[in-house]
Every structure is written in C-alpha cells, then in structure tokens.
Design a protein around this ligand. Sequence first.
Ligand SMILES: Nc1ncnc2c1ncn2[C@@H]1O[C@H](COP(=O)(O)OP(=O)(O)O)[C@@H](O)[C@H]1O
Ligand SMILES: N[C@@H](CCC(=O)OP(=O)(O)O)C(=O)O
Length: 405
Amino acid sequence: MADRKTVVYRYATPATGGAPGEPKTNPVTTRDTLQDARRVVIKIGSSSLTTDQGLNTEAIDALVDLIASLRERGTQVVLVSSGAVAAGFPQLGLARRPKDTATQQAAAAVGQGGLMAYYSQSFGRYDTTVAQVLLTAEELMRRGQYINAHRALARLLTLDVMPIVNENDAVATREIRFGDNDRLAALTANLVKADLLVLLSDVDALYTGHPSKPDSRRIDSVGSDQDLAGVDVATPGSAGVGTGGMVTKVDAAGIAATTGIPTLLTSAPKAAAAFAGEDVGTWFEVAGRRRSARAAWLGLTAEVRGRLVLDDGAVRAVIENGRSLLAAGITEFSGQFTSGDVVEIADSHGKVLARGMVQYSSSQLPRMLGRSTETLKEELGAGYDGVVVHADDRVKLAPSHSAYR
Ligand SMILES: Nc1ncnc2c1ncn2[C@@H]1O[C@H](COP(=O)(O)OP(=O)(O)O)[C@@H](O)[C@H]1O
Ligand SMILES: N[C@@H](CCC(=O)OP(=O)(O)O)C(=O)O
C-alpha cells in the first residue's frame, strides 16, 4: 500500500437494510453539522503526540482539552491513539524508530504503558477515567470478538469512561508495518456506530501533493472519485514516526464513507476550529445511506473463508432480486469453512458480487450443490432446507469495494 502514488476513492452504492433498532440517519452530513455529532471517533497519529525525546505532553494535554470540551457538551468520544512505538524507542535508548518488526513491537510494549499513564494523568484534570482497549484488525474480523469489542466499548461509553484504543502491536505485525491505525479507526467508528470520524495528523489537511511542495494546495472536500484524481499521497511524513502517510488516511475515509460515516482530516491544533464550524481540513463526504454495522462487518471486516460460484439464474435471484441463496444455484465452491463463516459470492466469470454468512460447512456442501430443496430433504433429511446463505446474512459489494482494502 505504501508505494501507491495515487489512490482511487470511490463510494459504495447506497446501503441496503439496517438492523432493527440501529439509527438509519446520521445527524452529521456536512461540515456545518459537525456540532450535531452524538458519537465521534478521533484518531491521532504518532507525529502529533511525540517528539524525538518521547511523549509530547503539551500536545496530549491540548488534545485532552479538546476531547473534554466535546464531552462537556454531550458528545461521546472514542479516541484511537497511535504513539506507542514512537514513545517507546527513546526509552529503549534507540536514536530513531527501529526498522525491524520485533524491536518495534518491543518499543510499543514499552511505550504503550507510558502513553496510557500520561493520558490517565491528563484526563485526570477533568476527573475522567480512561480505559485502554487494544484491538487487532484480525480480531475485528471474527464475529464473536467483534461483538465483544462492541459491547465493551458501548459499556465504557455508558459508564462515561474515556476509551483509548490502539492496535495490540505486540501481536499485530501488519499494523506496525503499514500504519493501519487509520484503518483501525475507521473500523472502530463502524464498531461503535459513530456519526463522525476525525483523523488528526501533523498536517492540517489533504493537499494535492506533498505539503512541502510550493504548488500543493489544500483539498477542502472530497465528494467523488474525481476530487482525488492525480492527488499524490505517496510521500511519507517528514517526522519519521508516522507509518501510513496519507494513503492510509484516504483509505480509512473510504472505509468510513462506505459505512455512512463522514471523515474530517485535519491537525490537532485546528480541530477545535473545525468543530466551531470553520472551513479547515479536508471533509470526506458520504454518499448513500448508512450501512448497518452488521452489513459493514460482513462487507468490510469479516475474514473471508471461501468462495461460492453461482449460475446465472442464482445471480439474478440473489443479487438482483434479493433472495436467499439456495444450494441449487451453486455450481462450485472453494475454501474451507464452517457454518457461520463468511464467504464471497461470485458469478461464473469470477466476479465477486457479494459476501454472506454460510449456513453449511464446506464438508456438507458437496452433497448439496445443484440440488433442489425437495431433493435435499428427501436425500439428506428435513434439517437440510437448502438455504446456503440467507438474504439477511448477505451484503452486496459496491463496485469499488476493493479500492479500500
Ligand atoms: N498529499 C498529501 N497531503 C498532505 N500530507 C501528505 C500528502 N502526501 C504525503 N503527506 C505526508 O503525510 C504525513 C502524515 O502522515 P503520517 O506521518 O503517517 O501521520 P500520522 O502520524 O498522523 O498518522 C504528513 O506529515 C505529510 O508529510
Ligand atoms: N500502534 C502504533 C501506531 C502505528 C500507526 O498507525 O502510526 P500513525 O501512522 O502515526 O498513526 C503505535 O502506537 O505506535
């Protein structure tokens, strides 16, 4: 990902369905409605939280002041904070960010404690209790753990505790290598059903090219693919502690957009102005209505364990008419999965059209393929109703889906 010169930013088609009880509308639709956010995920990068010597306590205090002011007016905030590696390597006596993964993990293990200790002290000025939540993208892919993380975060918010999320770096190598805290923040925004994602970096906006170039200009909002055509995001940050640069931020905004959540990208010092309605930073709009968290989990987060290939009739029934997928319409499959796993649903040309949760395992399926429900019941017993993926357990993929991952 890091070597990409430009990114393609596309929007999902309007979402279908919505789990019962989930809000279908987002009060934050434009910059002017930022103040209406009921729940915000704020992500801050290493470059904004650390210096060569370790934690930048002034910057952390300023961030905490901002969050406290939002909380005071009733906005719930989940903070996704990087900085563990950058805080840890000076403590280990290293002059610069280590390159090898094991030392980065060691630095994160050292730095995370100090990071949380300082957050605890700083939020203490507002009598606010903080909670450390360490996640990995892989964990969020498993339905059971996704639900557990959702429950824990929701409970922390109702207890008025300040959740501070970071990747569990000691076990998550992808994170350290690719700077995926931006992506983690987008997934967290979906997890807690936030109204808004705010990405805070050491640069105040997305620019057409690296901000150090004289002809680079601020992009004030992104509403379609065209707004990002030719935008150069490949040059890494000059601080040398951030990991993903703008590539992962734009990708994260794309993930958030597909789940109906707009993103504001700006710097920590300008965030207060943005919340006061000033035209700062870059605003990533959302097209279409909000996806349910479940649909977003199926479409974006879940680990794919296999692929089902459909005949043309099944493609029409399932994709165009929204029916459940019956064994009769499956011509072949690949992968190893059990009931409850997520698989891709493809047409006969190999085009992936949807994802869904299977009701049967890969060892049960061979006897079922191409067979009508009636035949299945006769041959295999009444328990085999032939519905391999129920319509409620399936989500159509936007044509752009792969652009975000
Ligand atoms: N088109 C661009 N617009 C803005 N910043 C860019 C762009 N391309 C590269 N960058 C660099 O991305 C950096 C932010 O990424 P990173 O260092 O990973 O930050 P963080 O630690 O906040 O995640 C900026 O400091 C800037 O130097
Ligand atoms: N989990 C890592 C963060 C890695 C990361 O995504 O960094 P950044 O690009 O600064 O947001 C840490 O705490 O150091």
